[in-house]
Design a protein around this ligand. Structure first.
Ligand code: ADP
Ligand code: MG
Length: 631
């Protein structure tokens, strides 16, 4: 070897662990090492092209930008060389062994969950280079940085605990050459035909020439630059797979070419699935790849797409930016903002037509990405489209399906209905039993069920839909629902006598006295048909779940004061009235009223001390069972 000073370095601890897993437990899908090395070569060429476009002086300026792969079938070796940006000796040490990569941990976790899927996705975790040790006994990386006065260097490892780095005597061409000594059972990758097949499968869209033993293998150009009438569905799918590593077809493909106010083309995809175990990487991977006149400026540019559409993948290529754009100033860039505006509208329109033309597909979309999409409630410019795109669970549907649109609600609404009603709760079961909805059920009025805090913000922001105001069922005013006939609530109790009627006011006063400051008022209810009582917010601009959110923000843990409403036709209330009329000071009355109040708090989600309540229930049960025994 023409080495000068050889030096051994330990791999960083977590990389050592990663290598251990890669070399000893992944045996399927090993071909993807080739995709990873070619993708690194392509990244290096992109970086170099970017430098050239900025006018930087580079070494070997005349060398063509390309990736050359050579096979040595007899020797069981494979070499991948690029003329990209290359690495200095220090960069070799850092990039290939000593710098911690945030994705290492996540990758090892997903290997533990599913080896086959994980090995396919290794590149997404930012540790793609190490996949070479799935097939290599020994790897030699020789590199020469594009910086004119940098010296070439060599990195050698067998993928166990350490690697060595040495100087290279004499000169070396700009870029990186990776020589692989294949393992006994992976010699197939020294066969040029096998190599070409793998490249065609995974690396067809690399935007630099890829040559195998001198022959160019990649065929597809920058697809987004083509007219959409000349691109086949197959090509779109293939490009999507190349871009995302997702094996599933995308749910929607959007190919746009715009001349004003900014000239750009974009090729965008809505993935069928949130990328599951990759959620961690996904948050980091939000954004679109930005090209200026086919030169990659930056991957995953977050300024091109709002967070709530962060599940969209794709590329944008514009004529209207300078090539020497600094990545740091993307944020305030006006052109990017204009592009974003067009893109957002196009995506939302596409989703809207998907919802119309293929409701099942849209339902699948909403199930996967609705969580993200919902965060668009703050985008007031698109409020109308946003309202069309939302889906909720509904009292009008037999089983939870979270697929009711506001349009479907309006279609089912009753004649003369002026509001779209909703209510928040922890679950469908809880809402089915919520006393506030009894009157709605009795009158056959539909109520949308909301389960997440963000849903209330959505309702707040949409406000009206097709002339109907959007309103919480809790905030319905007395008499508002009178106009709607419904099956009259069953009255199991007889009419009140004149005398009983006369005691009602004092009875309510007595209960208010018993509860004191804990309630603002005790009154008779017009909304209850099944339950004996419920708590009603005195502030009719805020629903109880919105209050809960506000209280969380202000760290207020006290129990909010509300009005207690009683159902005068409920057997329990009737009995309490009778007890009161018999002896206003009966201690049973006090116990029962405490329990009524606590039960209402419990349904509202505010009961903080269940022990007291259980003790009281036991007490009341003892009283009731004693009566039973006497009979
Ligand atoms: P990622 O590509 O996601 O950064 P990798 O593990 O594939 O992660 O590569 C690690 C790093 O090594 C790259 O970020 C790059 O800095 C460097 N590198 C790898 N291959 C090359 C190459 N062919 N030319 C220049 N740098 C490279
Ligand atoms: Mg890589």
């Amino acid at each position: 070897m023409t080495a000068a000073s050889g030096e051994t370095h330990e791999f960083k601890a977590e990389i050592r662990k990663l290598l251990d897993i890669i070399t000893h437990s992944i045996y399927t899908n090993r071909e993807i090492f080739l995709r990873e090395l070619v993708s690194n070569a392509s990244d290096a060429l992109d970086k170099l092209r970017f430098e050239i476009s900025k006018g930087t002086t580079i070494a070997d300026a005349e060398a063509p930008l390309e990736i050359r792969i050579t096979t040595d079938k007899d020797g069981g070796r494979l070499t991948i060389a690029d003329t990209g940006c290359g690495m200095t000796q220090n960069e070799l040490i850092e990039n290939l062994g000593t710098i911690a990569k945030s994705g290492t941990e996540a990758f090892m976790k997903s290997v533990a969950e599913n080896k086959d899927a994980a090995s396919n996705l290794i590149g997404r975790f930012g540790v793609g280079f190490y996949s070479v040790f799935m097939v290599a006994d020994k790897v030699t990386v020789t590199s020469r940085s594009f910086k004119p006065d940098a010296a070439p260097a060599r990195w050698i490892s067998d993928g166990s605990g350490s690697f060595s780095v040495e100087d290279v005597e004499g000169d070396a061409p700009r870029g990186t050459t990776i020589e692989i000594e294949l393992k006994e059972d992976t010699k197939e990758y020294a066969d040029p035909q096998r190599v070409k097949d793998v490249l065609r499968k995974h690396s067809n869209f690399i935007s630099f020439p890829v040559l195998v033993d001198g022959e160019k293998t990649n065929t597809l150009p920058a697809l987004w630059r083509e007219s959409k009438f000349s691109v086949t569905p197959e090509q779109y799918k293939e490009f999507y797979k190349f871009l995302t590593y997702d094996e599933e077809e995308p749910l929607a493909t959007i190919h746009i070419s715009v001349d004003a106010p900014v000239q750009f083309t974009a090729l965008l995809f809505v993935p069928a699935k949130g990328l599951g175990p990759m959620a961690f990487r996904d948050a980091l991977h939000n954004g679109l790849d930005l090209y200026v006149r086919r030169v990659l400026i930056s991957k995953e540019v977050k300024e091109l797409i709002p967070e709530y559409l962060g599940f969209v993948r794709g590329v944008v290529d514009t004529e209207d930016l300078p090539l020497n754009l600094s990545r740091e100033t993307l944020q305030e860039n006006l052109v990017l903002r204009k592009i974003q505006t067009v893109i957002v509208k196009q995506i939302l329109d596409k989703l809207k037509s998907l919802a119309k033309e293929d409701p099942d597909k849209y339902a699948a979309f909403f199930k996967e990405h609705g969580q993200a999409l919902k965060l668009g409630y703050g985008d007031f410019a698109h409020r109308e489209t946003f309202a069309e795109l939302m889906r909720f669970d509904s009292s009008a549907i037999e089983r939870a399906d979270n697929d009711t649109s506001l349009a479907a609600y309006v279609e089912r609404a009753k004649e003369g209905q002026k509001s779209i009603y909703y209510l928040s709760g922890p679950s469908r079961d809880a809402l089915d039993l919520n006393p506030h909805l009894e009157i709605f059920r009795a009158k056959g009025l539909e109520v949308l069920y909301l389960y997440e805090p963000v849903d209330e913000f959505i309702m707040d922001s949409i406000r009206t839909y097709k002339d109907l105001t959007i309103k919480s069922a809790e905030l319905v005013e007395a008499g508002e629902l009178d106009a709607f006939e419904g099956e009259a609530p069953k009255k199991e109790t007889p009419e009140l006598s004149k005398d009983e009627e006369g005691s009602l006011d004092d009875f309510l006063k007595k209960i208010k006295d018993l509860l004191g400051d804990r309630v603002t008022e005790v009154r008779l209810s017009t909304r209850l048909t099944q339950s004996p009582s419920c708590l009603v917010s005195p502030d009719d601009h805020m629903t109880s779940s919105m209050q809960k959110i506000m209280r969380m923000v202000t760290k207020d843990t006290s129990v909010p004061k509300k009005a207690l409403e009683l159902n005068r036709d409920h057997a329990l209330i009737r009995n309490l009235l009778a007890i009161y009329r018999n002896d206003a000071a009966d201690p049973f009355l006090g116990k029962a009223v405490e329990q009524l109040y606590d039960s209402a708090l419990l349904l509202d989600g505010y009961l903080s001390d269940p022990h007291q309540m259980v003790a009281r229930i036991n007490d009341l049960l003892a009283d009731a069972s004693a009566l039973h025994v006497k009979e």
